[in-house]
Every structure is written in structure tokens, then in C-alpha cells.
Design a protein around this ligand. Structure first.
Ligand code: SF4
Length: 191
């Protein structure tokens, strides 16, 4: 039987940004990771950071976040190649760092991606993404934001739990799939 999950292809980092030093993560990262999946997709998912993509020997592997994300998408009937996945931070943190500074610094890159890709729908995972997209908003948490549509820079955005939270608390899977089903409906309506 085929493995039900796939390692999505990475999109190349734009010229000149492979060595970005806008924040202190430049000193601890292995490399900048710009995004993965279908680079033409106008449905963009936003995770907090790239997570692990290679084991210690440098072999590619699928982390728990991606496995759970793809599981939820399959349950909801969303096609894996209909989305592009990117991150709030394009570098994977390894040690403690100044989170507000790094998020502010890297938001510029996300905004650049949105200008270039002109998504029709955005979908964020976890409280970190919710707080970063709505910094001035009280209670910008998944619990508060999930279940309805909001706007970020004129683009509809929805939220659900981070896949790792769902992995740790399997009782969240039902809500996770519910939110992804709502995303599928939204996506079908905007195309
Ligand atoms: S996290 Fe973003 S801003 Fe910071 S070094 Fe990496 S690419 Fe640059």
C-alpha cells in the first residue's frame, strides 16, 4: 500500500533571501525554508515555523505536524496539491529567541508572499499565528477565532488548532476536521 502521506516539494527561497539576517534565528537555523506544496495555489495555509524536514543524517522525513495536517485534510476532502503551506517564521528555531522581534521581522516576508501570490483564502494554525496576524486584538486565540471568517489585509482568513496540539490531544481532531471542512466550503465558494 502506498504511504498515505507525502513530503510536499519546497518552493525555492527568493534570490537574496537565502541568507536573511533580519532576526536572531539566522544564527541558529539550518537554512531558510520559504514554503512547500503547490506554489501556484491561491489557498495558503500558515504554520508557525517550518519544523523538522530532515533527520540527523540529512534524510528527508515527514514530521508529525505534516502527517496530522494531511490526515485532517484527507478527512475533510481537501486535496493536498490544492494548497501552498508557508510559515510565520521561515527559519526553524532550535533554542530560545526573542519571539516578538522574530515574528515582526519575518512578517515582512509573509506579506511579500501574499502580494506575489494573491491568495483568495488564508488559513492559520495555532495561537502563535493568530496572535501574529492580529497583534492588537484582545483574545486573538484559536478558541476565539475558529468557527468564523476574519480578514487579514483584505483576504479572508480562518483558523484552527495547530496540528501538534491535535496530535497531543486527539479529542481536538473532531474540531480540526470540522474547521478544515469549513475551509473546503469556503474555498469552493471563492473560486
Ligand atoms: S526567521 Fe525570517 S526574518 Fe528571521 S532570519 Fe529567518 S527568514 Fe529572516
Amino acid at each position: 500500500m502506498d504511504h498515505p502521506y507525502v513530503l510536499l516539494p519546497e518552493e525555492a527561497v527568493p534570490h537574496g533571501l537565502q541568507h536573511c539576517e533580519r532576526c536572531e534565528l539566522a544564527k541558529q537555523r539550518t537554512r531558510v525554508i520559504w514554503g512547500e506544496g503547490n506554489p501556484e495555489a491561491r489557498l495558503i495555509m500558515i504554520l508557525d515555523n517550518p519544523g523538522a524536514r530532515e533527520d540527523r543524517q540529512g534524510n528527508s522525513f515527514l514530521c508529525g505536524t505534516r502527517e496530522t495536517l494531511q490526515h485532517g485534510m484527507r478527512e475533510a476532502g481537501l486535496e493536498i496539491d490544492s494548497v501552498y503551506v508557508t510559515y510565520l517564521l521561515k527559519c526553524r528555531p532550535i533554542r530560545a529567541y526573542n519571539k516578538p522581534e522574530a515574528r515582526d521581522a519575518c512578517l515582512t516576508h509573509l506579506q511579500m508572499q501574499l502580494l506575489e501570490k494573491r491568495p483568495l483564502v488564508l488559513f492559520g494554525f495555532g495561537n502563535v499565528v493568530a496572535e501574529a496576524l492580529f497583534p492588537g486584538r484582545e483574545n486573538a486565540s484559536v478558541k476565539e477565532l475558529r468557527g468564523s471568517w476574519h480578514e487579514f489585509q483584505g483576504i479572508p482568513v480562518g483558523f484552527t488548532y495547530h496540528p501538534l496540539a491535535v496530535r497531543r490531544r486527539p479529542n481536538l481532531m473532531r474540531f480540526f476536521v470540522e474547521d478544515l471542512v469549513a475551509l473546503k466550503k469556503k474555498w469552493e465558494n471563492v473560486q
